[in-house]
Design a protein around this ligand. Structure first.
Ligand code: SAH
Ligand code: DHB
Ligand code: MG
Length: 222
């Protein structure tokens, strides 16, 4: 649903600043060949995640919603040699594709793909004493966004960064859509973030090869 100009500009900017390499190209090709939906972040958005993780000095990253591991690779490439990333994926077929893509990118030692519904695997992470995570990227089923942000708060520390994808959805977020659980979940999440004193946040609209959408950035401040 991207217009031609958005695509042209994304191609131009991505070509200059986030050019694909072998592992990223192969990850998208293998994901498409396996029939995964083509809903990974755009390359320049992947690069944004990478820069945010690097700026954070992130050593411990949590991702909720792996798909084929495309965003995972961008994030994990920002880790120091002893850094770790855990990514949670419901669909075992997606997780298999992701593991292969992550291994091809040489990141299998740093990255763990955990299969299961995130609301089941997050409590296990907590019980193991995983975290605090320096960055959490929320990009799974949008209906559970409020739960994921609550979990992100539990598993982070002051100074951590929480990023939530797909918060605009063609502008639909601005009004109530009781028929659309994804929009309802995202609106509830935004309202939760707004009234949460431990979070300092912004959200903004994006256009490009992935259409018209947006991101939320929230810094944990207490
Ligand atoms: N972050 C990826 C895209 C993720 S797409 C990227 O940008 O490259 C959303 C993913 O969340 C899908 O793979 C979907 O199977 C997964 N998902 C959906 N519901 C989930 C749940 N309850 N727990 C964990 N993952 C879930
Ligand atoms: C969808 C999910 C995403 O994470 C995304 O970035 C785009 C679309 C979806 O479920 O349609
Ligand atoms: Mg997304």
């Amino acid at each position: 649903m991207a217009n031609t100009q958005w695509n042209d500009v994304d191609d131009y900017l991505t070509g200059l600043l986030a050019p694909p390499d072998e592992a990223l190209t192969a990850a998208l090709a293998a994901s498409a060949a396996a029939g995964l939906p083509e809903i990974a972040v755009a390359p320049n958005q992947g690069k944004l995640l990478h820069l945010l993780a690097a700026t954070q000095g992130a050593r411990n990253i949590l991702e909720i919603g792996t798909l084929g591991g495309y965003s995972t690779i961008w994030l994990a490439r920002a880790l120091p040699a002893d850094g770790r990333l855990v990514t949670l994926e419901y669909d075992p077929a997606h997780a298999d594709v992701a593991r292969a893509n992550i291994a091809r990118a040489g990141l299998e030692k740093a990255v763990e793909v955990r299969t299961g519904a995130a609301l089941d695997t997050l409590p296990l992470l907590e019980a193991e004493g995983a975290g605090p995570f320096d960055l959490v990227f929320v990009d799974a089923d949008k209906v559970n966004n409020p739960h994921y942000v609550r979990w992100a708060l539990k598993l982070t520390r002051p100074g951590s960064l929480i990023v939530v994808d797909n918060v605009v959805r063609n502008g639909r977020v601005a009004t109530d859509h009781p028929d659309d659980p994804g929009i309802t979940g995202t609106r509830e999440m935004l309202e939760l973030v707004a009234r949460e004193p431990r979070l300092d946040a912004t959200a903004f609209q994006t256009v490009g090869s992935k259409g018209y959408d947006g991101l939320l950035l929230a810094r944990v401040i207490g």
